[in-house]
Design a protein around this ligand. Structure first.
Ligand SMILES: Nc1ncnc2c1ncn2[C@@H]1O[C@H](COP(=O)(O)OP(=O)(O)OP(=O)(O)O)[C@@H](O)[C@H]1O
Ligand SMILES: [Mg+2]
Length: 214
């Protein structure tokens, strides 16, 4: 069991985790998001960009490879959101002006970034998204290795944190931060459900999990 694994029970929780990470980012940071199609990487990025103040649309860079988001007023002036799913070879990255992204106030957040391991520099945080619950519509996705529960809802995801460089010493801290916000978001969702008179008998308990939690 990895010490750096958090469970998310909903897209809102995953977005809330992204929202916590956004303000933690510094120029030069690279966040690599790995994990299966539909596991929640883009949901996470959307939460991250919203937390930094981006109000416009957040479009998938699946075909453009990279989308840029500019921010005024802080040391972090740009987030580059990448998605390398359609990258055929790592060599394709040469000539895309990636070097420019490592200058100045930019942090990179790269879906499927693991395919280009080695090009991301020294300060890399890697978040791996796994399915935890079995989705009847997609049983092939199965469950995450090691920490899975067949009773978990189909919307359950596991996010595993790893990092090098300046992130190496921050894994535990970020793990705690992201896990806490996932729980808080779950509680807020439950409160909202209660306020709206929903039948909360079955979901009175926060729908967030930490691997190995009792
Ligand atoms: N706990 C959860 N966290 C995130 N998304 C969830 C969760 N439960 C269900 N979902 C749904 O799963 C989908 C995740 O889609 P998303 O685009 O973020 O995946 P992705 O990992 O970026 O996939 P791709 O590799 O195709 O880019 C969304 O439709 C979202 O509503
Ligand atoms: Mg995506």
């Amino acid at each position: 069991m990895s010490p750096g694994s958090i469970w998310s029970a909903s897209p809102e929780q995953t977005a809330a985790m992204g929202a916590v990470l956004g303000p933690e980012l510094r120029p030069g940071d690279v966040v690599v998001l790995d994990g299966d199609v539909g596991a929640g990487k883009s949901v996470f990025v959307r939460g991250l960009l919203r937390a930094l103040g981006w109000r416009g649309p957040v479009l998938s860079p699946t075909f453009t490879l990279f989308n840029e988001y500019e921010f005024a007023g802080g040391p972090l002036s740009r987030i580059v959101h990448g998605d390398l799913y359609r990258l055929d070879t790592v060599a394709e990255l040469n000539g895309l002006g990636l070097d420019e992204y490592f200058d100045g106030g930019t942090a990179l957040v790269i879906e499927w970034g693991g395919v280009a391991e080695g090009v991301w520099g020294d300060d890399v945080l890697t978040l791996t998204f796994d399915y935890v619950g079995v989705d009847a519509a997609h049983p092939e996705r199965g469950v995450a290795e090691g920490g899975a529960s067949r009773t978990a809802p189909a919307t359950a995801r596991q996010v595993t944190i790893d990092g090098v460089g300046r992130f190496l010493g921050r894994i535990a801290e970020l793990d705690t931060l992201l896990a806490r916000v996932a729980v808080e978001e779950a509680e807020a969702q439950n409160d909202a459900a209660t306020e709206h008179g929903a039948d909360t008998q079955d979901d009175g308990e926060a729908q967030s999990y930490r691997e190995g939690a009792p």
